[in-house]
Design a protein around this ligand. Structure first.
Ligand code: DX5
Ligand code: ZN
Length: 222
């Protein structure tokens, strides 16, 4: 099993964002998780394609764009041009989910579908053959620093089952409240890609924190 750590820059110091991105990648991050909020689909407002474009030259790490915006389609080409590698969206925010997936793929990006805590996995029924990533929200989207919702573990197990049955190489990402002390349980439930915002950027030594997360994951391999 390949595990990936995806620090969410939502909890970074935006006064020195470029430096933060470089530090966290140097500390061992596999992806840069980029939370886009519109004060409409979620009650918070963050950053758009301009900021994605600004950090793109600073790292070779894939940029994992998590769109919490409604509507989604119009902004997708802008993020692709800004250097996004993965673009994920919430099915409730798209009028035509299959079309939105197609738009992302046409732009040469990997496509992900995101499930809020109360959103059933049924949206996967007819598109699992087209997506590259399933993202399970373990908090309600909008803010960093919230508590992990335990039911997400059941949903991860269900999503892992669906992915295994598909036979496709689909990443299973989890987002919200992931920390050193629960990452092993989250991995046991089936996640392979771990978003962590406050748990990483809220510490002073990113390398020590990411290494501690990896050490927890390492214990699972026996
Ligand atoms: C929440 C965002 C998350 C957030 C996670 O809507 O999608 O990516 O940054 O933050 P933590 O890890 O602090 O829960
Ligand atoms: Zn996110």
């Amino acid at each position: 099993m390949t595990y990936r750590i995806a620090p969410s820059i939502l909890s970074a110091n935006f006064g020195k964002l470029g430096e933060e991105v470089q530090s966290v990648v140097a500390a061992g991050a596999d992806l840069v998780h980029f939370d886009v909020m519109d004060n409409h689909y979620v009650p918070n407002l963050t950053v758009g394609p301009l900021v994605c474009e600004a950090i793109r030259p600073l790292t070779k790490a894939p940029i994992d764009v998590h769109l919490m915006v409604k509507p989604v389609d119009r902004i997708i080409p802008d993020f692709a041009k800004a250097g996004a590698n993965i673009i994920s969206f919430h099915p409730e925010a798209s009028e035509h989910i299959d079309r939105t997936i197609g738009l992302i793929k046409d732009q040469g990006c990997k496509a992900g579908l995101v499930f809020n805590p109360a959103t059933p996995l049924d949206y996967l029924d007819h598109v699992l053959d087209k997506i590259d990533l399933v993202l399970i929200m373990s908090v309600n989207p909008g803010f960093g620093g919230q508590k992990f919702i335990a039911e997400a573990l059941n949903k991860l197990r269900m999503a892992r089952g669906r992915i295994a049955a598909s036979g496709r190489d689909i990443w299973l990402e989890v987002d919200g409240g992931v920390r050193i002390d629960n990452i092993a349980d989250v991995a046991r439930a089936g996640a392979d890609t771990f978003v962590a915002g406050s748990a990483i950027f809220g510490t002073t030594n990113y390398k020590a924190t990411i290494s501690a997360m990896r050490a927890e994951l390492g214990k699972l391999k026996d």
